[in-house]
Ligand binder design. Structure first.
Ligand SMILES: Cc1ncc(COP(=O)(O)O)c(C=O)c1O
Length: 420
């Protein structure tokens, strides 16, 4: 790793990072006498104590339903719940609080947009989708296409697994109605130049959705600057709980969406003759929301905002490069989506060991305490474009340290010795 040569600086680096790592109780456990080496943060991150405490405190002290009752606990729950909406607004720099919709995760957020646009698309309309997209950013659009007669067109990738800009420009000339992009690929960790991609799509009149599930924990996101119509992410990939996500929508774009879910909370008046839906954000939040999870998400934002973010980004970037170098030095390794001379990858490295099956590699790593993800990573079209059945993915978070990478590489060496 490119560590600074000054020992005092090194000690300082280690101290600030160990202080962060100590906040994650799950990381200090041992698995059958080996240290846990958690390299599956892209699937879900570990949770800091502040998030666990916030949710426990809510259930112990403030548990009540939101928006409904005149009593003290409900008022407390509502205040905390709505405070998180304002916190999310600031966190992603949205213009208005009612552009922030609480959902159960990225998958639900994208489904809500795809369903919500049902009346806006017609036969022959084009929906462009990033070939590297997660299935959550493919299947809801396919369902929308079935309902409306719209046509899906994948945006091809170049040899480095980045969007092929020439092909993208050609597809945009067809005047698509929707462009669905990922900010960072979950399978490969490749970073899209989303601002540029969004600008180009908007010039052709398309609505743009950016899936930020793999970006939000690793970089500062400014939706006003990106100028996308929708930006979506999950709490559990940013040190928060499962069961909560965000649908950000530019107000006018969000206001066009038909609600996918109807019922309580989202209405102004109901009679058997007619129902009048409420205003944003309530109109898109039918039923009892994931209250404790929203409060946990608020604590996760506090945690992230309390980090020295520039330092963390440099740390993660150095770790990722170290990981890639160590894998290449091991030999018999194929890396995917890594451009060593222009490395912009974020959070994850995808690899295979010679021709060995990725599941075998994953199971043997697990026996040595190493958690990586193996399979198609919910990105079958991407795997197909790489002529792969699947691959292994090692992914990092703010708590990952060089010791994790060293433990992983030592374990992979053993796997290699066993299998090759
Ligand atoms: C890029 C991306 N999009 C969408 C999802 C789906 O997220 P969730 O399962 O939290 O809804 C994931 C999860 O891995 C992801 O990485």
């Amino acid at each position: 790793m490119n560590s600074a040569s000054d020992p005092a600086t090194n000690a300082n680096m280690i101290n600030w990072h160990e202080d962060i790592r100590k906040q994650f109780p799950a990381l200090s456990q041992r698995l059958e006498n080996t240290k846990l080496c958690y390299l599956d943060t892209a699937a879900t991150s570990q949770k800091p104590q502040i998030v666990i405490d916030a949710m426990q405190h809510f259930y112990q002290q403030d548990n009540a339903n939101v928006h409904r009752a005149a009593h003290t606990l409900s008022a407390r729950a509502t205040t905390q719940y709505e405070a998180v909406r304002h916190k999310v607004r600031q966190f992603i720099k949205a213009a208005r609080f009612d552009e922030i919709i609480f959902t159960h995760g990225t998958t639900e957020s994208i489904n809500m947009v795809a369903y919500g646009l049902s009346a806006c698309l017609a036969t022959g309309d084009i929906i462009l989708i990033d070939t590297a997209a997660h299935h959550a950013n493919i299947v809801p659009w396919q369902e929308l296409a079935k309902r409306t007669g719209a046509v899906i067109k994948p945006i091809p990738l170049d040899e480095h697994c980045h969007i092929d800009m020439a092909a993208y420009n050609e597809l945009l000339a067809l005047k698509p109605k929707v462009v669905a992009l990922c900010h960072v690929s979950n399978a490969l960790g490749t970073l899209n130049p989303v601002k540029d991609l969004v600008t180009k799509a908007k010039q052709q009149g398309a609505l743009t959705l950016v899936d930020g599930a793999q970006a939000i924990a690793h970089m500062t996101v400014d939706v006003s600057d990106l100028d996308c119509d929708f930006y979506v992410f999950s709490g559990h990939k940013m040190y928060g709980p499962t069961g909560v996500g965000i649908l950000y929508g530019r107000f006018e774009a969000l206001d066009r969406l038909l609600p996918m879910m109807t019922g309580g909370e989202m209405i102004k008046t109901v009679s058997f003759d007619a129902t009048q839906f409420g205003d944003l954000p309530n109109r898109l939040e039918a039923g009892t929301p994931p209250i404790a999870e929203v409060i946990g998400l608020g604590a996760a934002i506090d945690f992230i905002e309390g980090l020295p973010r520039e330092r963390v980004q440099i740390h993660e970037q150095q770790l990722l490069q170290y990981l890639q170098q160590q894998l290449l030095q091991l030999g018999d390794i194929s890396l995917y989506g890594v451009q060593t001379d222009n490395n912009t990858n974020v959070g994850a490295v995808a690899f295979n060991l010679a021709n060995e099956h990725h599941q075998d590699v994953g199971i043997l790593l697990d026996q040595q305490g190493v958690a990586v993800r193996c399979g198609h990573h919910c990105a079958m079209p991407l795997m197909h474009s790489l002529s792969l059945q699947g691959c292994c993915r090692a992914s990092i978070g703010v708590y990952t340290h060089q010791g994790d990478i060293d433990q992983f590489i030592a374990a992979l060496k053993e796997v290699k010795a066993l299998l090759l």
